[in-house]
Design a protein around this ligand. Structure first.
Ligand SMILES: NC(=O)c1ccc[n+]([C@@H]2O[C@H](COP(=O)([O-])OP(=O)(O)OC[C@H]3O[C@@H](n4cnc5c(N)ncnc54)[C@H](OP(=O)(O)O)[C@@H]3O)[C@@H](O)[C@H]2O)c1
Length: 292
């Protein structure tokens, strides 16, 4: 097996399975690791828990896609730290899936990857810590890394159906902040491109890339579009203050942030422009099964 067509997917959940299926169809060898092992069409899925110090299985893959989220507490990512300390010497190229939450509130401005990180809460601080770990690892090892800063992911079977069925209120349009989304198929495309980008990178380089559809909108627009596509009633729209009063701490933090992600680097450097640039069109194209 060629080393450039053998990948380890650490955290093979929803995105990982979609990626594995694509790569497998292109004759890649995929080693898939996640907390709970399951047999998959692309091979056995190894059960690995990065919250324990259990040894890692053998893999010759020097390319890795890391999709495990940080734990729910703290300001750092000990899971990634454990993985890098045990697998880091074997890897040559790492694609890390993080979030655009690392930019914090940008008061509605357009942000590219040169914008300073300003993580507002512990969740975003853990993601900023993870990015730092990835860059430190690449520099130390003379390896390469692509840090993907993902917008909110949506797609078939990845819609906020429960929330819409509950009829939770959304912020009235005049007060809703800017937010960003990306179709799950475009996330998979970006990861594939980030794997291939290795050949064009310098040893020790760690590149950040925003991954979004390039068409920022508001959460209100998105949720109302989902409700419409699902054939459910429109959600009640309330002033921001009233929605904040009912919101969980995570949602509160989200509703108070506003930014618009630039995606030039995704389009021109990774050469993976999104195929789904209009969530309304993407939702309209989904069948009943996908709208779950
Ligand atoms: N949802 C969004 O809108 C969004 C936006 C930006 C970024 N992201 C991030 O993008 C990444 C991929 O997303 P996804 O939808 O594919 O997530 P997912 O389906 O939840 O997959 C995450 C994977 O990580 C594994 N995992 C969790 N804790 C672990 C641990 N302690 N040790 C080993 N493996 C562990 C899970 O294994 P088990 O399933 O066996 O527990 C699962 O395979 C995640 O990091 C996610 O947070 C998501």
């Amino acid at each position: 097996m060629q080393a450039d067509k053998h990948v380890l997917i650490m955290g093979c959940g929803d995105v990982g399975h979609r990626l594995a299926a694509q790569l497998h169809a292109k004759s890649w060898l995929v080693d898939a690791w996640a907390r709970r092992g399951r047999a998959e069409s692309f091979g056995a899925l190894q059960g690995i828990d990065l919250d324990t110090d259990a040894p890692l299985p053998a893999s010759d893959a020097v390319l890795c896609v890391y999709l495990v989220p940080p734990p729910r507490q703290g300001q750092s990512d000990p899971r990634l730290q454990r993985f890098l300390s045990r697998y880091g010497a074997r890897m040559r190229h790492l694609v890390y899936a993080g979030t655009s939450g690392v930019y914090g509130d940008c008061d509605g401005r357009w942000v590219d990857e040169t914008a300073p990180l300003n993580p507002a809460d512990d969740r975003a601080k853990r993601r900023a810590d993870a990015e730092q770990q990835v860059s430190d690892w690449a520099r130390r090892q003379g390896a390469t890394a692509v840090r993907l800063r993902l917008a909110g992911i949506y797609g078939p079977q990845r819609l906020p159906r429960k929330r819409i069925k509950r009829g939770d209120a959304v912020v009235e349009p005049g007060q809703a902040t800017w937010s960003n989304r990306v179709h799950v198929d475009d996330v998979v495309r970006a990861i594939e491109a980030a794997l291939g980008h290795r050949e064009r990178m310098q040893a020790g380089e760690s590149l950040a890339v925003n991954v979004a559809d390039g068409a920022p909108s508001t959460m209100t627009d998105y949720l109302q579009a989902c409700a419409q596509a699902m054939g459910l009633p429109a959600l009640p729209e309330l002033p921001l203050e009233a929605v904040l009063e009912q919101a969980s701490p995570a949602l509160r933090g989200y509703l108070l942030q506003s930014r618009r992600l630039r995606i030039e680097r995704l389009c021109t450097v990774l050469k993976a422009p999104p195929q789904h640039t209009d969530f309304r069109a993407a939702l309209a194209a989904m069948d009943r099964q996908a709208l779950r």
